[in-house]
Design a protein around this ligand. Structure first.
Ligand code: URA
Length: 188
């Protein structure tokens, strides 16, 4: 397992997949590196690629608002990362091969953060981290324990921007997350 500095340096110079050819920045992660709650999105969009920071575009603004509802804040009590660290062209879904090439960074990040809870943001992260057959419409908000970590998925903030009718369900999922935080004694 690499420590933070080595991991960041290695990812910054990564050429493990073709996304390195079009990226402006590697988007490593942001937040409290000792947080008990970790969020995982799918991959950087345009603003993230330009700044090197996860979830800073329109979806990120909504994510921050969602976190605020349950007293979470990227600057203090949670950590945010993505399945792939470089932007897929035109924001297409990251390919299996790209996810496979990149997942080691997220595994290493998870080992260093040691979260009690991981929340997948959207289908891609849920399929990769919870179950390859995950169905986000049916299974969002459900909890599973894997390797001592409580895991769930909620709709991706981009999906909530496109379809506001999904927001009430997501509000319920956020309340469930708040309860889980209390139940497992996660520090927030
Ligand atoms: N969407 C994601 O999945 N991740 C980001 O960092 C930004 C948008």
């Amino acid at each position: 397992m690499l420590q933070w500095d080595a991991l960041k340096q290695m990812s910054a110079a990564c050429t493990r997949c073709g996304l390195c050819e079009t990226r402006h920045n590697v988007v490593f992660g942001v937040g409290n590196e000792q947080a008990d709650v970790m969020f995982v999105g799918e991959g950087p969009g345009e603003q993230e690629d330009l700044t090197g920071i996860p979830f800073v575009g329109p979806a990120g603004k909504l994510l921050d608002d969602m976190l605020t509802i349950i007293d979470l804040d990227r600057n203090s009590n949670c950590y945010i990362a993505n399945i792939v660290k470089c932007r897929p062209p035109r924001n297409r879904d990251p390919l299996e091969t790209e996810q496979e090439a990149c997942i080691g960074y997220l595994r290493n990040q998870t080992m260093l953060v040691k979260p009690k809870i991981i929340v997948c943001l959207g289908r891609i992260a849920a399929k990769r981290l919870i179950d390859p057959d995950y169905r986000i419409t049916r299974q969002h908000g459900q909890w599973v324990e894997k390797g001592g970590i409580w895991m769930t998925a909620i709709y991706h903030p981009s999906a909530l921007l496109r379809d506001v009718s999904k927001r009430p369900e997501t509000f319920d999922d956020l309340i469930s997350l708040r309860e889980k935080i209390k139940e497992v004694g996660a520090k927030v």
